[in-house]
Design a protein around this ligand. Structure first.
Ligand SMILES: [Zn+2]
Length: 178
């Protein structure tokens, strides 16, 4: 808001509130200093909002630039939240619209076995899906270099025991499917 914007906001307030101070240069300078980064279009709605608020009905205090800034800050937060909510809705719609992955046989078997053993089928399905991903790429680990479909092997040439695959291979699978 510049001088002219502040002058018109103060005129709106003066029309509502007989105690509104006269818009002399000193007062206007203070208002502009406080409201220079507030858009001019916020001014009149802020005044209307203030004089209709419960707070004003309680204390009957004449509006200050602080009240207008407070209104602007809250309104800006609302706009941001509304935009975020819109973005989340759009993202959800995109996920819903995306074609669903058809579970592979290995994934279905993993679920079946997990259910039979009383384990969590979701975890089993996740593990099977991850296995399918990293088994689909070659392992970049220098001493292993397992080809797609082959298991990772350690220094001795035997399959790894502590982890299902070299971390580098899992990374490679993630990057390829990202
Ligand atoms: Zn490997």
């Amino acid at each position: 808001m510049n001088d002219d914007d502040v002058r018109s906001v103060m005129a709106v307030a003066a029309a509502i509130d007989p105690y509104m101070p006269a818009a002399d240069d000193d007062v206007i300078a203070v208002w502009v200093a406080m409201l220079h980064d507030v858009p001019a279009k916020v001014g009149a709605p802020a005044v209307h909002w203030y004089y209709r608020s419960d707070a004003y009905r309680d204390h009957r205090r004449t509006i200050t630039p602080g009240d207008i800034f407070g209104y602007y800050k809250n309104a800006a937060k609302d706009w941001r939240q509304r935009r975020t909510a819109k973005e989340i809705t759009a993202a959800r719609a995109a996920i819903e619209a995306a074609p669903r992955e058809i579970p592979s046989l290995s994934v279905l078997f993993a679920r079946y076995h997990a259910e039979r053993k009383g384990a969590d089928p979701d975890i089993a399905e996740g593990e099977a899906a991850a296995r399918r991903l990293y088994m689909g790429v070659a392992c970049p680990h220098p001493t292993c270099r397992a080809q797609p479909g082959q298991q990772c092997t350690g220094y001795t040439g035997r399959p790894l025991r502590k982890t299902p695959a070299h971390p580098a291979r899992m990374d490679a699978a993630r990057i390829q499917h990202a």
